[in-house]
Design a protein around this ligand. Sequence first.
Ligand SMILES: [Zn+2]
Length: 187
Amino acid sequence: MGLAKYLRLVRKTADLTFAPANVEQILKIISETKTGADVLARFTPHLRSGRIRIEGYPAEILDKLRAAKSSDQPVGASFVTDGKAGTIYVDLSSELGVLAPFLLHEMIHGLDEGIWDLARGNTRERGLRMLASEKTAFATQHRFLTELKMLHPGLESFLGRRYSGARILHEEMTEAAIRQLYDLEAA
Ligand SMILES: [Zn+2]
C-alpha cells in the first residue's frame, strides 16, 4: 500500500480508543458529525476570541476527581465561568471516544448565556436554568454520539466495555435522570 493511501485510511478510521495528542484532535472528531459541526460553527468564534478556553484539568484536581470515581467511570469534563471568561476542562488522558461527547456537552453549556448570567450573580430561577442547560446538553450529546457511533462502528462496544458504569454514555437522559444526577430541585 502506498503511503498516501495508507494515510487516507488511517485518517478515516481514527482510533477513538486512544488519548488525543492535543485538543485539536478532539475538535476534529467532533467536526466529523452533522451535530458536532453545527455546534462547532457556533462555538469556534468564542474559542478564537479567547472568551472560552479548552484545557486539561490541573493535576491536583484530576487526582481528586479520579479518587471519587470507580475505574469504569470517566472523569468527565466541566465548564466554569466567572461571567466574563470561561474555561472547559477535560481529562486529556482519557480516550477520544469519551472526550468528544463530553467536550461537546460542555460546549453547549459554554454557548448558554443563561449560565454566564448566573455566574454574574443573577441567580433568579437558578435551578430551572441549570436544568434547561443540562437537558439541551444531554440531548445534543446523545444525538452526536449516535452519529459518531455510525461513523465508528467499534465505538459502542468500546464505551460499553471501558465505561460500563457511565449511564450518561449509554442512554438518553430523561429529565428525571438529570435531576437525580445533579440533585437539581424544581425551583
Ligand atoms: Zn452538563
